[in-house]
Design a protein around this ligand. Structure first.
Ligand code: RB5
Length: 151
């Protein structure tokens, strides 16, 4: 199976609800990707950790290979998601970061800030993130060090 087409779980808080809806359409229509929506489902105020943890847990346990999280800045969602083992959540509010988060970091969750970037840039970031493969090689051995870090 083309890795680019593996199903994606997506979540946001109220601040990024509108952008989440647009990203869902982009993933489905532009990329033919099946999307599971972990919420939120409106612009009523919610707590981003509740939705960030749903998506991150699904990726951490292997239920989904990839996820997308969006909040106002993307900062809170990335903080939450990176607490989960095996999750490599990358906050990408620019195109270069999105590409490099795949090439060098094999990011498995894309995080964006809906109050930071506009819709057009968000779609460019999503497209690049979906289409860019991991470089592997020396970057793989660096990622393997993550699991050997003693805190
Ligand atoms: C919600 O107001 C806002 O704090 C949240 O979307 C996010 O930006 C947190 O990091």
């Amino acid at each position: 199976m083309n890795k680019n087409k593996t199903p994606i779980i997506i979540g946001s808080d109220h601040a990024a609800y509108q952008l989440k809806e647009k990203v869902k359409v982009r993933l489905a229509e532009q990329h033919g990707i099946e999307v599971e929506d972990a919420g939120t489902h409106s612009e009523v105020s919610v707590d981003y950790p509740d939705f960030g943890s749903k998506v991150a847990q699904a990726v951490s346990t292997g239920k989904f290979e990839r996820g997308v999280l969006i909040c106002g800045t993307g900062i809170g969602m990335s903080m939450v998601a990176n607490r989960f083992p095996g999750v490599r959540a990358a906050l990408c509010n620019d195109l270069f970061s999105a590409i490099m988060s795949r090439r060098h970091n094999n990011a498995n969750i894309l995080v964006m800030g809906g109050r930071v970037i506009g819709d057009v840039l968000a779609m460019e970031i999503v497209d690049a993130w979906i289409e860019t493969p991991f470089d592997g090689g020396r970057h793989q051995s660096r990622l393997e060090k993550f699991d050997r870090i003693v805190c």
